[in-house]
Design a protein around this ligand. Structure first.
Ligand code: CA
Length: 243
């Protein structure tokens, strides 16, 4: 499936450079010159990812990003913010608006394309058509198979969906209620302790070869996919800072 990227940039030269490189990389590309035009386009045909310039006439990139995050239909739309500013405070503000990643001008087109791929892979792994990976775990969405290192792990459909959800959102803690909603579905008639039981079975299956436990229990809160303690110290992926 081809991912659609919407470029929001008022400078024609940058817009063309982005469009040219993204098209060459196999993406479907649309462009808008300002925030208002972008909102209209997003409403008409939602893109899979937005490349958003910080400095736009009228509605700023930050304001547009905030508005998108507030609307349920666009709250999860992946956004890469483009900016000429390099100050750290701006960088942080960019992330606080909910941008998934941040690219400073001037940028190398190849790097930008790589960032687009990475953000899409994180946000829409099915669309990227690739494997989900975490530590030595691999989850193949197409073949519906899970591997721990070279060992194939047999999972029930529910365990598979649970693991998939955790791998799509690594390091993020989910309450049992949240997991019920997202993995079992809102109208499923299951109890919270079903989540605990499924986590237990998932852990057993994943660690059957004596591997370290990647499922972290956050007492009183829920569960997260995390690296085991020693490796976790000092670990902070830049991409995990968004949302
Ligand atoms: Ca601009």
């Amino acid at each position: 499936m081809t991912a659609r990227v919407l470029i929001v940039e008022d400078e024609p030269a940058v817009r063309r450079l982005l469009a040219y490189n993204l098209e060459a990389a196999g993406f479907e590309v649309a462009a808008a010159r300002d925030g208002e035009e972008a909102l209209l386009q997003i409403e008409e045909l939602p893109p899979d990812l937005l490349i958003l310039d910080w400095m736009l006439p009228g509605l700023s990139g930050i304001e547009l990003c905030r508005r998108l995050r507030r609307r349920p239909a666009t709250a999860g739309l992946p956004v890469i913010m483009l900016t000429a500013r390099v100050e750290e405070s701006d960088r942080l503000r960019g992330l606080e608006t909910g941008a998934d990643d941040y690219v400073t001008k001037p940028f190398s087109p190849a790097e930008l394309v790589a960032r687009v791929r990475a953000v899409l892979r994180r946000a829409r792994p099915a669309m990227a058509g690739e494997l989900l990976t975490f530590a030595d775990l691999r989850l193949d969405l197409l073949a519906h198979r899970v591997y721990r290192g070279h060992r194939e792990v047999a999972l029930s459909p529910t365990e598979f969906r649970l693991l998939r959800h955790l791998m799509e959102n690594p390091h993020r803690v989910f309450g049992r209620g949240q997991l019920l909603d997202r993995v079992w579905g809102l109208d499923a008639e299951v109890e919270l302790r079903t989540v605990d039981a499924t986590i237990r079975r998932l852990r057993r299956a994943l660690n059957a070869g004596g591997e370290p436990d990647l499922v972290r229990t956050v007492r009183g809160t829920g569960y997260a996919l995390d690296l085991p303690e020693p490796e976790a110290a000092g670990f902070s992926a830049p991409g995990s800072a968004g949302r």
